[in-house]
Design a protein around this ligand. Structure first.
Ligand SMILES: *[C@@H]1O[C@H](CO)[C@@H](O)[C@H](O)[C@H]1NC(C)=O
Length: 591
């Protein structure tokens, strides 16, 4: 594992800095992205503003110069701003709204014995993080880190080692029945514990955490960030609470041992499993086992459901998926070491002192989380008709294929195209994070309008489909070169703010606001496993659609809020399935 990460480290050290794209290119491509979304008169208005912003010697070019200067003098010109804006300053609850969940294929364990066994293998991931200052910075940063709520603004705390001087934390936290334990995963001689040692320790935790009337402290972390920020300060007034919270925050990661939940139909099982990892199922279920601020939380249920819930301020999907891949590989291998014959210290139970104020905070948090969970509709399914192989046979990019399919599906349900964003990694650049790809293109719109029109011939539809897929693939290429538009626009806006200027008019434009109200948030996890990622929509009247294409099938997760009358996850799921079948029929007609 260390070797793999060292390779990544080399890749990283030679990674070039993230470029600032040329201003005129970004502005031109921004207008192109608005074309399929705005009516002509609004577009004309926006075009005038953009031209004014971008005229030679104008505000845009001044800000551009400053950005280029910033790029020369910082590791990455956008990452810090992005993390602040997208995460730390964002006040929405982390539960559902922000933290993505990765639901993994059900393991063959139907009882708690193997539930514990699995995680004693999983803990091995921590090994490579120990004491080694990897320069592929995101990997070590993911361990022993936690988001810290603030009344106005959050921060991230990293407790791992960077230099050789400081000792890294050597424990994880284990939560069961709302009770937190600090579990050392290294022996006193510095060697990591073996599977059987950890297993024995987890058994001890199990026997100490029979269901009681314990307060579900973890639910506090699911609150609106202002609310939790204030409650956090109240909680930390007490010394016992400070020590317990600190143990959770510094731990390598959290392990949530969830109780079994009610059996439901197989058809709904995948959805319930993903929701379980995402939010814990509610205050009467396992939500009290989460600490949503923690960067990495492994969730293992007694019924075989398991997965990973992560907080994105430290790392987004792509490095998390890579890490998970390493962990799964590692779990496959046998544990080579024999346990040293030394008695292990008892796992330390973390206590909380709950005064009436905190008690009230918990009650409010419970109510709010249950409202949020009841409002979220999660629909996970495995599309079995075909996978990546089909687009590949036709020399089409599989991801672009699915993106255009989603545009068509959305159009079929809502009779319009909507602002949608897909995510592209920027990790090929030093300190790079992510970029958006705005999926609706002019080509996609043309195709979508033609597809259900009987007077358009199949040949023409095929041609239009190919053009739409290729247009999307070209956008992806640009984004991967660091020439996306969204981070650049954000940079220009924040540069103006940093200089104390008023926000440029082009960002106050209704077109700008409309086109960044992401009604469709998508994400692909390119994983070799049958995992599925799941998160909530970015806006109240939107969807999040994630997918993981395998060779001959595709896993999908679709979420929407119940309180929004226009959206419906199940209708969208049905439409996506039908649309994919129709596209197969278009490319490979059976009659
Ligand atoms: C269907 O396609 C035909 C031929 O391209 C076009 O004339 C017609 O306007 C289209 N109908 C709709 C409803 O878009």
């Amino acid at each position: 594992l260390q070797a793999v990460l060292r390779q990544e480290q080399c890749l990283f050290s030679s990674a070039p800095p993230q470029p600032v794209p040329p201003l005129s290119q970004t502005l031109q491509r921004y207008l192109q992205a608005l074309e399929p979304l705005l009516p002509p008169d609004e577009l004309a208005h926006t075009r005038r503003m953009v031209h004014e912003f971008g005229r030679p010697g104008g505000l845009g070019s001044q800000l551009q110069q400053k950005l280029e200067f910033r790029a020369k003098h910082t590791k990455n010109w956008i990452t810090d701003w992005w993390v602040q804006c997208a995460y730390l300053a964002n006040r929405e609850p982390l539960a559902v709204h922000s933290n993505p969940a990765i639901s993994l294929p059900r393991r063959d364990f139907n009882d708690w014995r193997s539930q514990l066994k699995l995680m004693s293998g999983g803990k091995l991931a921590s090994e490579h993080m120990r004491g080694r200052p990897l320069c592929m910075e995101l990997y070590p940063l993911m361990f022993s880190s936690c988001r810290i709520p603030g009344p106005k603004h959050d921060s991230i705390a990293h407790y791992g080692t960077y230099g050789r001087s400081r000792r890294s934390p050597t424990h994880i936290t284990v939560v069961r029945n709302y009770q937190f334990f600090q579990l050392e995963v290294y022996n006193s001689d510095g060697s990591r514990m073996t599977e059987s040692q950890i297993h024995a320790q987890l058994l001890r935790i199990r026997s100490q955490s029979w269901k009681t009337d314990k307060e579900p402290m973890g639910i506090l972390t699911s609150e609106h960030r202002h609310t939790w920020g204030a409650a956090y300060n109240r909680l930390l007034r007490d010394k016992i609470n400070r020590a317990s919270v600190r143990a959770i925050e510094t731990g390598l990661f959290s392990l949530c041992l969830d109780s079994p939940v009610m059996r439901i139909s197989d058809e709904k099982y995948a959805s319930r499993k993903a929701a379980q990892v995402l939010h814990g199922g509610g205050t009467f279920s396992n939500s009290g086992n989460r600490w949503f601020d923690k960067t990495l939380q492994f969730v293992v249920g007694e019924d075989g459901s398991w997965g990973l819930l992560y907080e994105q301020a430290t790392a987004e999907g792509p490095p998390v998926a890579t890490l998970l891949h390493h962990i799964l590989e590692y779990c496959e291998g046998p544990d080579p070491k024999r346990a040293p014959l030394i008695p292990l210290p008892m796992p330390k139970k973390l206590y909380f002192y709950i005064d009436p104020e905190i008690k009230r905070d918990i009650e409010l948090a419970k109510q709010n989380l249950d409202i949020l969970i009841n409002d979220l509709d999660v629909n996970v399914f495995n599309f079995k008709r075909f996978g990546k192989e089909l687009p590949k046979r036709h020399k089409l990019s599989p991801n672009a294929f699915i993106q255009v399919a989603l545009q068509l599906a959305y159009y079929r349900v809502h009779n319009e195209v909507c602002p949608s964003c897909d995510i592209a990694s920027q990790r090929m650049f030093k300190g790079g994070r992510t970029e958006y790809i705005r999926s609706p293109t002019k080509e996609a719109l043309t195709f979508v309008l033609a597809f259900d029109n009987r007077s358009v011939s199949k040949e023409v539809k095929r041609q239009l489909f190919r053009e739409a897929v290729d247009a999307y693939a070209a956008l992806t290429d640009l984004a991967l070169k660091g020439h996306g538009i969204d981070r650049h626009l954000l940079g220009l806006k924040l540069q103006a703010i940093e200089q104390g200027l008023s926000i440029p008019k082009m960002f106050m434009d209704t077109g700008y606001g409309f086109a960044t109200h992401w009604k469709l948030r998508t994400g692909q996890v390119p994983a070799n496993t049958d995992s599925v990622i799941c998160f909530g929509p970015l806006v109240p009247d939107g969807y999040a659609i994630c997918y993981n294409p395998q060779a001959d099938h595709v896993h999908f997760s679709i979420t929407a809020f119940n309180c929004c009358e226009e959206t419906n996850a199940e209708t969208m799921a049905m439409t996506v399935k039908n649309t994919l079948c129709d596209l197969q029929e278009l490319l490979e007609p059976t009659i």
